[in-house]
Design a protein around this ligand. Structure first.
Ligand code: UDP
Ligand code: MG
Length: 153
């Protein structure tokens, strides 16, 4: 089943929103198969945000991502990369639709509480960046038959 990488950024952790976000993930029916708190450093951020390394805002972004621990999650589900990007909302919290995590919990284009992988290919790279293989638990929840119909699996 597809997997995606999520980071609850310092702007989520510091604002006591871990439970809100994790609660919504659970209530939606997405399966949490990895979860840990960690401090990021410049090295991992240069890799993770390589597509933004030349932008003038990169130093501020990197500082904000090192302001406190983050919570890294690996989620599992059918089409979970897309399902979770839709739940996250667009990058700028002021433009994100109400009902999305960013649209409900932030108003910044930078301190937007969550990172979510943007493609299946990047998800695989990012899961390997933030988790060791033994930190991913590929279990099947007991309530699986009430989350997906048999012909979806
Ligand atoms: N970001 C920023 N200013 C910008 C664009 C992005 O501070 O003008 C930050 C923001 O925190 C965003 C992250 O850089 O979440 C990664 O940018 P990306 O374009 O990949 O957006 P995302 O995939 O997070 O929606
Ligand atoms: Mg991105």
């Amino acid at each position: 089943m597809e997997k995606t990488l999520v980071l609850l950024k310092p702007s989520c952790v510091e604002r006591n929103l871990i439970g809100e976000v994790v609660g919504r993930i659970e209530r939606r029916g997405l399966i949490i198969c990895g979860m840990k708190m960690m401090m990021l450093d410049e090295k991992i951020l240069r890799e993770h945000y390589a597509h933004l390394a030349d932008k003038p805002f990169f130093p501020i972004l990197a500082q904000s991502m090192m302001a406190s621990p983050v919570v890294a999650l690996c989620l599992k589900g059918i089409d979970v990369v897309n399902v979770f990007r839709e739940m996250t909302g667009v990058t700028n919290g002021r433009k994100a639709q109400p009902g999305t995590l960013r649209g409900d919990f932030c108003v910044s284009g930078s301190l937007n509480i969550i990172h979510a992988s943007d493609s299946v290919e990047n998800a695989e790279i990012e899961i390997n960046r933030f988790f060791k293989p033994e930190e991913i638990f590929d279990y099947t929840p007991a309530n699986m038959k009430f989350i997906y119909e048999v012909d979806e699996l």
